[in-house]
Design a protein around this ligand. Structure first.
Ligand code: S3P
Length: 183
């Protein structure tokens, strides 16, 4: 197991798994800054993620994602809690950056749970590629294709919708503390 102290904590997983919501809370409790790579990209180019996909294309968005991540990874002075985009772990060259600068935690949920979390949102261009009626199938296919990348994380944290946010945070903190004690 690798060390969490003085390193970024990267939260990764599929869209709707709770990276930003949990990350913000976790950062608050751990007294660490929180950043979301989607927001860093948006600030960098002055456009929303949807507009970047529309105007500049997905490939450009992926390039920008990698750029902000490389900047984060090389700035190790202040350890942060970082929520990655759902597609970030699938990018070539991203894993050495993550592994050298922090600990990665995969927030795992089933396709059905994820579908439930994203079905009423409309700000994610990758999900707009499917008709509403085919959305669950689209989530299943994409999750299946991405799981081998997500599984590279140092830790897999299986989220249970029955826990609610406070219990989920408690369990995540326990995972982080246990890992910290083991170092
Ligand atoms: C994407 C996930 C989004 C965002 C972009 C692409 C993906 O982030 O990076 O829309 O390919 O899964 P969230 O996982 O925070 O929604």
């Amino acid at each position: 197991m690798d060390k969490i102290e003085n390193k970024h904590i990267y939260l990764l997983g599929f869209m709707g798994c709770g990276k930003s919501t949990l990350g913000r809370k976790l950062a608050n409790i751990l007294d660490m800054p929180f950043v979301d790579t989607d927001i860093l990209v948006e600030v960098k180019v002055g456009m929303t993620v949807s507009t970047i996909f529309e105007m500049l294309g997905e490939a450009k968005f992926r390039e920008l994602e990698l750029e902000v991540l490389a900047e984060l990874a090389s700035d190790g002075k202040i350890a942060k809690v970082v929520a990655l985009g759902g597609g970030t772990p699938t990018l070539e060259n991203v894993w050495p950056l993550l592994q050298n600068s922090g600990t990665t935690i995969y927030l795992q949920r089933t396709a059905e749970q994820l579908y439930d979390h994203v079905r009423h949102t409309d700000h994610r261009p990758v999900l707009k590629r499917a008709e509403r009626k085919d959305l669950l199938q689209h989530v299943q296919n994409l999750l299946h294709a991405r799981t081998p990348y997500y599984a590279r994380a140092n830790h897999t944290f299986i989220c249970d919708d029955d826990w609610g946010i406070d219990e989920t945070i408690e369990r995540l903190l326990k995972l982080i503390e246990e890992n910290h004690e083991n170092n």
